[in-house]
Each structure stands twice: as structure tokens, then as C-alpha cells.
Design a protein around this ligand. Structure first.
Ligand code: DO4
Ligand code: MG
Length: 299
């Protein structure tokens, strides 16, 4: 079962269920409370909409597909895949390289806050940002878990933890600046309520140049994660009052080679079969600050 959020110009956002047997048919829900739907509410209005594509779930104009929720908080785990550990050790320019190896093996995971109330988060089709004081920004395609207040798993969507690697590499204490800036996070296109949480998710990344040519593509699986979803979620809510509906990005297992960096004009595509495909153009973070991007902001 997949849930999307959309808006008609001038109206408040609405929720819809994507029909499991007809992946382009969206049935409008009677409520706009995504937590209620994740917990079982299913009343529908009777209106159906045909999406233009079963994976991006793009809707016919003037309907606009939005991020599937506005998380009160978005947390992120780091160095949960061997590939991520190796890349951080390599990028680090200071004598702090061991922190990544240590955290990969430690009982306590690396967790950081990525956003609050969707201020730096965009939905499908809206631009993700590259900060002008960074020269090596990369997409981080990650499975994103929607959590209940006690850390229970309510659903899963696709997340992009856009990261300025050179900023983090200069000094790990710069992590918040490498991770938090305008449009540094993308979520969507749908929240999946999985029937079986024990099955792994395949994650595919494709970066396209301004001419549409493939700059980089790769895939991984959450089966390669060093930690379980439940373990990460339990650490996030440990003695920490995380509000229901918050999101946890579970770390990246896909790191482009060192000569690949995001630049405005490119397009990032992240596909997780069962959830869909999240497509975002790349723009300059300075142009994507909330007042200027009110049209594309998740709210
Ligand atoms: O240690 C820095 C962050 C790592 C991260 O975001 C990831 O592994 O996905
Ligand atoms: Mg990450």
C-alpha cells in the first residue's frame, strides 16, 4: 500500500492511496492526516486520479505531487554501509579518519538531525540544492523510515541526504554545514506500508547531465546495511522525545567516484522498487531558500 500527498493550486494538500493492482490509479482519502492513514485510516472521498507514471507518480496538471509528509523532525544515520565508511575515510583531510571506522563498528550508531518541519526538504520534481561554498556535493540515496513516537516503523519512502563532502572532509565538526542547507533533503514520491519489513529494499541511483546523458549510475541493497532498521530507530528515540511522523534516513551505500559532483542543471533519480522513483533537478541552494521557493516547498 502506497500513500501520496498532492495539491491543487490554491487548495490545501490532500492524501491519496495508490491502488496496489493498478499502480497509476490514485484514490483520494477523506483525511489529510498522514499519521492516521499510516495507522490504518482508509476512508476515501470517491475521487480517483490517474497518475502519469506508476513510478514517479507524477500527476496530471494542475495537480502537484508533494513530499508524502512534512516530518516534524528528520534524522539521519551515517556510515551504515561499508562503502560509506571507506568513502568517508578517503575524503577526510584531517587526522580524524578513525572516527568513521570506529563508528561503523561501534554499538552506538552515528545519528544526526537533517531537518525540522521540512524547511530544507523538497518533494518530487523540486530542485535539490548545492551550496556555493562547497565544490564536492553528492546525492546520498537512502531508504527513509517514517517513525511513530516510540520508534515503531510506520512506513518507508525514498530520501536523498544531499551532502557537501568537501565540507565534511575538511573537518568532521563541519558535519551540520555539510548536511543542512536549503533543499539539502528530498523525500518521495510515496510512503510504502510494507507487508513484510524483513525483506530488503533495492536502491538504484542515476545521475543525469544537463544533456540527459548518464553521469553515474549504481545500485545497492539494504541487505548490505551493518544495522537493522529497528536498531537504528531504537537509537533515535532513546531518551529522546522524537515526535510521531518523524523520518529517519538510514544511510547511503552508494557513493559516486571522486570526480563526480552535483552541479545545477543535472537531475538525480533514485528508484526503490515497491516505493517508486524520486526525481529532482539540481539547483543552487542560494536560489532555493524558502521565501523564493514557496511554490516548491513541501508545505
Ligand atoms: O559521517 C557522515 C555522514 C554519513 C552519511 O550520511 C551516510 O553514511 O549516509
Ligand atoms: Mg547519508
Amino acid at each position: 500500500m502506497r500513500i501520496i500527498r498532492f495539491r491543487e493550486p490554491g487548495n490545501e494538500p490532500r492524501l491519496g492511496l495508490v491502488e496496489p493492482d493498478a499502480p497509476t490509479t490514485v484514490v483520494e482519502l477523506d483525511t489529510d492526516d498522514v499519521l492516521a492513514v499510516l495507522r490504518g485510516a482508509r476512508e476515501v472521498t470517491g475521487r480517483t486520479i490517474e497518475a502519469l507514471d506508476g513510478e514517479t507518480l507524477e500527476l496530471p496538471p494542475p495537480l502537484e505531487l508533494l513530499a508524502p509528509l512534512v516530518p516534524p523532525e528528520t534524522w539521519a544515520a551515517g556510515v551504515t554501509y561499508e562503502r560509506s565508511r571507506d568513502a568517508r575515510v578517503d575524503e577526510s583531510r584531517v587526522e580524524a579518519r578513525d572516527v568513521y571506522s570506529l563508528v561503523y563498528d561501534a554499538e552506538r550508531p552515528e545519528l544526526f538531525i537533517k531537518d525540522a518541519v521540512g524547511r530544507r526538504t523538497v518533494g518530487p520534481g523540486a530542485a535539490v540544492g548545492v551550496r556555493s561554498d562547497a565544490s564536492w556535493t553528492v546525492p546520498e540515496p537512502e531508504l527513509a523510515l517514517v517513525l511513530d513516537a516510540g520508534g515503531e516503523l510506520l512506513g518507508a519512502t525514498i530520501g536523498n541526504d544531499v551532502t557537501a563532502r568537501d565540507v565534511e572532509g575538511a573537518n568532521p565538526l563541519y558535519l551540520p554545514q555539510a548536511k543542512l542547507f536549503a533543499a539539502a533533503c528530498a523525500l518521495g514520491p510515496a510512503i510504502l506500508i510494507p507487508e513484510d519489513w524483513s525483506l530488503p529494499f533495492e536502491i538504484e541511483l542515476r545521475l543525469l547531465g544537463p544533456d540527459g546523458g548518464v553521469v553515474y549510475e549504481a545500485e545497492t541493497s539494504t541487505a548490505r546495511m551493518r544495522r537493522s532498521f529497528d536498531e537504528l530507530a531504537a537509537w533515535v528515540v532513546r531518551e529522546n522525545p522524537v515526535p510521531a511522523g518523524s523520518v529517519l534516513l538510514t544511510g547511503t551505500g552508494l557513493v559516486p567516484p571522486d570526480n563526480v559532483a552535483l552541479v545545477p542543471g543535472q537531475q538525480v533519480e533514485i528508484r526503490i522498487p515497491g516505493i517508486g522513483k524520486l526525481v529532482n533537478p539540481v539547483g543552487a541552494a542560494a536560489d532555493l531558500l524558502p521565501p523564493e521557493r514557496s511554490k516548491t516547498h513541501v508545505r
